[in-house]
Design a protein around this ligand. Structure first.
Ligand SMILES: NC(=O)c1ccc[n+]([C@@H]2O[C@H](COP(=O)([O-])OP(=O)(O)OC[C@H]3O[C@@H](n4cnc5c(N)ncnc54)[C@H](OP(=O)(O)O)[C@@H]3O)[C@@H](O)[C@H]2O)c1
Length: 302
């Protein structure tokens, strides 16, 4: 397959592109950076351009079989008004430009995988959430709704669109796990706030595995939750992380401190959602890492 990826230089993108190249696909990555090749495996074509701005890069979508849209500014920071604008705009404009390019290329056989996140569902206590559940109404939920809506415009024109709603991706050294590990390494790890909030996660190996599964299963479209079938409460995550790292996991991080340091983003860590990957399970995807203990032990070597 010929595959075009935005945001391919990021945490998820680098793992996904390595696997796709290994499987024999032809991969092109769009990047704003002149040094993108330093961050990517050999054998990848690089197109330089900013996905939030239309331009000549859009011509590279012609003749592609699959487009994977991962681009977006990082959420892992204190959210000031400018940050929130960037979080939203970097996702909505990129998706709009991709869909416009698909339309002008008139390539109906292409499949668009457009990222979304479990934040779509908002904060829902203990409710088990599937792809059929209604969306939330906080900042992240509203961004996800708009992000998905832009991608689904391509469906109206006959393109197969898969909306991949990612849980928190657990991968070696980076992302959320990298940040949590640095706290546990200092013997400061423990549950956040009450510890009762749900944490919907997925191992990088399953995230990449699910992409390959969804590419092969052309009958699947629309939203798909990319999460483990066993979300855990935050206190369970802390226990499993402490066990895998041989560090204590009892020091609670008080909620008000997190909110003081991280503002609105702190609230996201103190609330969560219990998401079930109903579509993947119903269609027969077999998880490599369904349980948090096994997932963390495979990723943590110290
Ligand atoms: N990792 C997770 O746990 C997780 C969970 C839920 C959802 N997601 C979503 O999945 C996608 C990929 O996640 P990731 O962890 O791989 O993200 P990442 O490491 O932050 O990489 C995202 C990529 O997007 C591009 N990008 C960054 N800022 C941008 C901006 N302002 N405008 C346009 N492009 C920009 C960058 O590519 P260039 O610099 O090469 O252009 C970057 O490599 C993101 O949209 C993220 O929100 C991730």
């Amino acid at each position: 397959m010929k595959i075009f990826i935005t945001g391919g230089t990021g945490f998820v993108g680098r793992h996904l592109t390595s696997r796709l190249i290994g499987e024999g696909h032809t991969v092109t990555v769009l990047s704003r950076s002149e040094k993108a090749s330093d961050r990517l495996p050999d054998g990848i074509y690089i197109v330089q351009g900013d996905p939030t701005v239309g331009g000549t890069w859009q011509e590279s979508l012609k003749g592609q079989d699959c487009i994977i849209n991962l681009a977006g500014a990082s959420l892992f920071t204190r959210w000031k008004p400018d940050t929130k604008r960037l979080i939203r705009e970097s996702r909505i404009s990129t998706t709009r430009n991709i869909v416009d390019a698909i339309e002008s290329a008139r390539t109906r056989d292409v499949v668009l995988f457009s990222t979304s996140a479990v934040g779509y569902y908002g904060f829902r206590g203990d409710e088990a959430l599937t792809e059929e559940s209604t969306p939330g109404d906080d900042f992240l939920a509203r961004v996800a709704i708009e992000w998905e809506k832009e991608a689904l415009r391509a469906e109206e024109k006959g393109t197969r669109v898969v909306i991949t709603r990612f849980g928190i991706v657990l991968g070696e050294k980076e992302g959320a796990l990298g940040q949590m590990m640095s706290i546990f390494r200092k013997y400061l790890g423990g549950p956040l706030g009450s510890g009762k909030q749900w944490f919907s996660w997925i191992h990088m190996g399953d995230l990449v595995g699910a992409f390959l599964f969804l590419m092969a299963h052309r009958e699947i479209s629309g939203p798909v939750n990319l999460t483990s079938p066993n979300p855990v409460r935050n206190e369970e995550l802390a226990r499993a992380l402490g066990k895998a790292m041989h560090r204590p996991s009892l020091l609670p991080a008080p909620g008000f401190m997190l909110q003081l340091i991280l503002g609105e983003f702190g609230s996201v860590l103190l609330e969560g959602q219990r998401v079930i990957p109903q579509k993947l399970v119903d269609n027969g995807y077999v998880f490599i890492y369904p349980e948090i203990d096994g997932a963390l032990q495979s990723l943590i070597m110290d």
